[in-house]
Design a protein around this ligand. Structure first.
Ligand SMILES: NC(=O)c1ccc[n+]([C@@H]2O[C@H](COP(=O)([O-])OP(=O)(O)OC[C@H]3O[C@@H](n4cnc5c(N)ncnc54)[C@H](OP(=O)(O)O)[C@@H]3O)[C@@H](O)[C@H]2O)c1
Length: 297
């Protein structure tokens, strides 16, 4: 049950200390979170980016793991998942990573399940008293067919959808997977994210929520002031914001070739006056990878 990753070097850490003594903390050291807000979960995000701030190559290597290339970063994701009542994702991450698995033959052709792989982190989750793992997907369009995706089978974890009134109607018309719970917040295209977070806190009793992106969902969440913390791994790669002409296209890019890659924040941002300040809570090192934790000041 001891993790197979190398220990992280702690450069500094001023965050809360864990109250539980568990071997899963061995490689990373202490990790804990403040109590939830009264009306919404304590929400922390996790991203990996290149030195120049890029979150996805796009093309046939669009996933975060293509940037991370680090067993420690993958394991840290498990440690963060162990502390969260649920993982929140934009639906495009699921759709894109599923299409890529089909196109490249890497991974399950019915797509990923965003679950804890490390047995030690799974055990820690139980000791922390967290419930069965849960993936929550945000979609306004609700254009996906749930039967195409392994995550909605309900075998490994519970899966939920947050959508609008129009999106919920669309899902109901398809009548697949009636066991998948649908939460309605908002009317047409855009989910009302503050309302959705209130429902997660009061209706589902979610206290700690891990937002794993992608950049679009994260951007809208951050702009709405709904992100409390951001874990950012800096991978020792320089990638460039403009997609080079020689890069092979994914299926999704066949129709309209994007010019730019996303940073971790892909939504309308802030102005000079409104950009929020963050506190740098911790920094660790594993090889040439840097692991940061920031908290909204
Ligand atoms: N580097 C990393 O750490 C990291 C982390 C995660 C993902 N990624 C990569 O990022 C890429 C996907 O990112 P992405 O930015 O394109 O997609 P995304 O954020 O995963 O999903 C975007 C979708 O979420 C829904 N959505 C987001 N905000 C909404 C709102 N306020 N109301 C309604 N719907 C909302 C919309 O779905 P509908 O269009 O259905 O309405 C939107 O198209 C993938 O390649 C993935 O592998 C990288």
């Amino acid at each position: 049950m001891t993790p197979i990753v190398k220990p992280f070097e702690v450069l500094f850490d001023v965050a809360e200390r864990s109250t539980l003594d568990h071997p899963a903390y061995g490689p990373y050291g202490s990790l804990a979170f403040p109590a939830a807000h009264r009306d919404r979960p304590w929400t922390y995000s996790n991203f990996v980016q290149s030195i120049d701030g890029v979150a996805s190559f796009g093309g046939l290597h669009a996933s975060g793991s293509d940037i991370s290339r680090s067993a420690e970063d993958r394991w840290l994701m498990d440690l963060l998942r162990a502390h969260a009542d649920a993982v929140l994702l934009g639906v495009n991450t699921l759709v894109e990573e599923t299409q890529l698995a089909r196109q490249t033959g890497r991974g399950n052709p019915r797509g990923p399940v965003y679950a804890i792989a490390d047995a030690g982190c799974r055990d820690l989750r139980v000791k922390l008293g967290r419930r069965r793992e849960m993936n929550i997907f945000v979609t306004g369009a609700a254009a996906l067919n749930l039967a195409d995706y392994a995550v909605f089978d309900g075998e490994r974890l519970d899966a939920l959808i947050i959508t609008t009134e129009v999106g919920a109607q669309r899902l109901a018309e398809r009548k697949t997977h009636p066991h998948v719970r649908v939460i309605v917040a908002g009317e047409n295209q855009f989910v009302d994210l503050p309302q959705a977070m209130r429902v997660l806190r009061s209706g589902l009793r979610i206290e700690w929520l891990l937002c794993e992106g992608g950049p679009t969902l994260y951007g809208y969440m951050a702009r709405a002031g709904l992100i409390d913390e951001k874990f950012v791994t800096v991978s020792p790669l320089e990638i460039g914001l403009q997609i080079p002409p020689e890069q092979a296209r994914s299926e999704a890019e066949q129709k309209s070739r994007p010019k730019f890659r996303p940073t971790t924040f892909n939504a309308p941002g802030f102005t000079f006056e409104t950009a929020p300040a963050w506190r740098w809570m911790s920094c660790r090192r594993a090889g040439d990878h840097q692991f940061n934790r920031y908290r909204r000041a």
